[in-house]
Design a protein around this ligand. Structure first.
Ligand code: THU
Length: 137
């Protein structure tokens, strides 16, 4: 359960990096802030590329940053976009699920505030995860 202060912290951290989003092709600026199992906050932005398929979403840059600094789990995710509150894409759902629980909160925001809150379980039921991928090994 996230407190309102913890939600506010995720929101402010995401907002502080939204201007760093590199989105010259789509014009859609996205920022993300994740809270790790130690209560640390990591941010990320979408980084597009002239070779379109190489574009990486904000959520994935935030999660990779957290893992690189030793995060073992993700306890909350906030996604902020310049075009309204958007849910994470399918690839990001799979990516976040690797480090999250079904109960992990996902907050959807614009620059003006948090618009809605859901969970990984709602966004990504029956996720394929470590347990399944290890079967047969
Ligand atoms: N994008 C994200 O950063 N996160 C998502 O979950 C959805 C899409 C980015 C990718 C691309 O740079 C832009 O939004 C438009 O698709």
């Amino acid at each position: 359960m996230l407190s309102s202060d913890q939600k506010r912290e995720l929101f402010e951290k995401a907002k502080s990096v939204l201007e760093n989003s590199y989105a010259p092709y789509s014009g859609v600026h996205v920022a993300s802030a994740v809270r790790d199992d130690r209560g640390r906050i990591f941010t990320g932005v979408n980084v597009e590329n002239a070779s379109f398929g190489l574009t990486i979403c904000a959520e994935r840059t935030a999660v990779t940053g957290a893992v690189a600094q030793g995060a073992k789990g993700i306890e909350a995710v906030l996604i902020m976009s310049s075009i309204g509150a958007i849910p994470p894409c399918g690839a990001c759902r799979q990516f976040i699920a690797e480090f999250a629980e079904e109960s992990t909160p996902v907050l959807l925001a614009t620059q003006d505030g948090i618009e809605s809150e859901t969970t990984m379980g709602e966004l990504f039921p029956m996720a394929f995860g470590l347990r399944q991928s290890k079967k047969g090994c």
